[in-house]
Design a protein around this ligand. Structure first.
Ligand SMILES: [Zn+2]
Ligand SMILES: [Zn+2]
Length: 153
């Protein structure tokens, strides 16, 4: 997949703004996150980037997070990463606790509530984290399907 030129330009500008060089590893990680379009762990990223060492992935993601290019998505005990709101429309996630299937949520009600609550706490809103968890239909029906078998045992 070819990344839009304006997105690539914005990526280069954001690096420059934070006095970071555009290295092959950084570009590769950015590209993979852009293509995959869902939160990934460091391991996930390392497994799909060609010839970029795990340690280098770890360091690059850390730097790119500090530069506001990548953001952390806390999912359970795992730390996942995706491109920041500069490169993707702002959104939240609803994740299945069992199979980790994750769905994006774009909802103005969340944004307005988050802003209101932040202001009511006496703060000028700058960011928020909001994640939903549950059990998806697939996993629910798998549990239901296994019930008669368990009873036969
Ligand atoms: Zn599931
Ligand atoms: Zn939000």
């Amino acid at each position: 997949m070819q990344i839009d030129e304006s997105i690539e330009l914005k990526f280069a500008q954001q690096l420059r703004k934070h006095r970071l060089r555009l290295t092959r590893a950084r570009k590769e990680i950015f590209q993979k996150l852009y293509e995959t379009n869902k939160p990934l762990s460091i391991q996930d990223i390392a497994s799909i980037t060609n010839g970029v060492h795990f340690v280098s992935v770890y360091r690059s993601v850390d730097l790119m997070q500090k530069a506001g290019i990548v953001k952390q998505v806390p999912q359970g005990f795992k730390n996942l990463f995706e491109l920041s709101d500069l490169f993707r429309p702002h959104h939240h996630h609803a994740t299945c606790k069992i199979c980790a299937a994750s769905k994006e949520i774009h909802d103005a009600r969340i944004e307005s509530l988050m802003n209101t609550l932040t202001k009511e706490a006496g703060l000028l809103p700058t960011e928020h984290h909001f994640e939903l968890y549950g059990i998806c239909q697939n996993c629910l029906s798998a549990v239901e399907d296994s019930k008669p078998i368990q009873r036969e045992d």
